[in-house]
Design a protein around this ligand. Structure first.
Ligand SMILES: *Cc1c(COP(=O)(O)O)cnc(C)c1O
Length: 413
């Protein structure tokens, strides 16, 4: 293939497209068995929270990630918010978050009146850079939220060491990390709590949903009170045994049995999905690594299996480094990759929807040059669905990038 591609014109400049039928696998998965299970929940009349499906799912999902307790909630953002509350984070406290993540990581901190402090990401993994965390710690710092982002796992070993040294809580944002493990232990069970999202696009999905997992009995109880208007998990309906702690702002963040049953039917397939994602990510990495001008996100050092919300391509070397992302996207579309490729979130504090006033957040002193430069301007995301495709599709993707890399000189012409 690489020989045949020499001397070929890019489709963007009038050449023949690499593929005319490259399809973007549909998401989320739909099957008959789940349709029946949903109907059963409907007919049972047990629609609200704390039903049998939720109870089974929450404990099975927690166990899968090596945690004892799982508290099911209505989305991933409130999962983070409950985790912060449950860990005792108060208004005015500082919480360290990576500069590159979805808005929710920082806005959850802000919703409870705490101050997000943005720290730059590692140039290889795109996750929170542990070497920069320490410099951002002040006497107000109470917690760190590492995010396992796209196809990498944050360095939990380094982050837990810093947290222990400064007596900080750790809340893992696992919205991209279902089924992932670090050094043999499930993600979300390394820190004091782990927060997952089951929003439509995530690797396990019920439209909207979230869960907090923990191994700490006290945190589990506080999580439960936080999501269910202050009730203890041990209270019977309408029986209020005792008052929730005064520092805890309690809400109604409950989710329904319909959401739980969708996830309960997906959980048995999570392991094989992650395995396939790893196999395909490896195949694509092998094709792309030799190509000049393209590199891929590095998984976490001890991630096995790595979880994938997306496959990240970085164009920061010759000969593609000077081609604007917009042009690259046009070239990819012309070759047949029209859908299912986009830019990263960019730094949270530069996002259009970010409206936290400057007095209520802080940037690390040395700024966040990696998140603002490389991650924002030189990186493209292939969403995880691609990694569920067959080998031919993966090879076609690889061939598109191969052609673009080999024919890079045409961009300059
Ligand atoms: C999706 C996501 C969330 C929030 O989840 P929602 O269910 O959409 O509220 C939090 N953090 C990250 C990194 C996410 O991608």
């Amino acid at each position: 293939m690489s020989q045949a591609l020499e001397g070929q014109k890019l489709a963007l400049f009038g050449g023949i497209p690499t593929s005319t039928n490259l399809s973007y696998p549909s998401w989320p998965p739909v099957d008959e068995q789940t349709a029946h299970a949903l109907l059963e929940v409907y007919q049972s009349g047990c629609w609200s929270f704390k039903g049998p499906k939720e109870n089974t799912f929450a404990s099975d999902f927690a166990a899968y990630h090596d945690a004892t307790y799982g508290v099911f909630v209505m989305n991933g953002t409130v999962a983070l918010q409950c985790a912060l509350e449950a860990c005792g984070i108060q208004a005015g406290d500082e919480v360290i978050v990576p500069a590159l993540t979805w808005l929710a990581t920082a806005s959850a901190v802000s919703y409870i009146g705490a101050i997000p402090v943005f720290v730059d990401i590692d140039v290889q993994t795109f996750c929170l850079d542990p070497q920069r965390v320490e410099a951002a710690i002040t006497e107000k710092t109470r917690a760190i939220i590492p995010v396992h982002l796209y196809g990498a796992t944050a360095d939990m070993e380094a982050i837990m060491k810093i947290a222990q040294r400064y007596n900080l809580k750790v809340i893992e944002d696992c919205a991209h990390a279902h089924g992932g493990k670090w050094d043999g232990r499930g993600l979300g069970s390394w820190g004091d709590a782990g927060a997952f999202s089951f929003q439509q696009s995530k690797v396990m999905s019920c439209g909207e949903g979230g869960i907090c997992i923990t191994n700490d009995e006290n945190i589990a109880e506080r999580l439960y009170r936080c999501k269910h208007i202050g009730y203890s998990q041990f209270d019977l309906p309408h029986v209020f045994a005792n008052r929730p702690p005064e520092d805890l702002v309690c809400h109604n963040f409950r989710a329904t049995e319909f959401q739980a049953v969708l996830l309960l039917n997906q959980l048995p397939y999570l392991g094989q999905r992650i395995k396939k994602y790893n196999t395909n990510a490896e195949r694509l990495t092998q094709m792309l690594t030799p190509l000049p001008g393209i590199r891929v996100q590095k998984c976490g050092r001890l991630a096995n299996p790595q979880s994938y919300y997306g496959f990240i391509l970085i164009f920061d070397e010759e000969p593609l480094v000077r081609v604007p992302l917009e042009t690259l996207l046009k070239a990819l579309a012309a070759e047949g990759l029209r859908e299912g490729v986009y830019t990263t979130y960019g730094p949270v504090y530069q996002h259009t929807l970010f409206n936290i006033p400057p007095s209520k957040y802080r940037l690390a002193l040395e700024g966040c040059p990696v998140a603002e430069g490389l991650a924002f301007q030189r990186t493209l995301v292939l969403p995880h669905q691609w990694l569920g495709a067959d080998e031919r599709t993966i090879d076609t993707l690889g061939n598109i990038f191969l052609k673009i890399s080999h024919q890079a000189s045409q961009f300059a012409a």
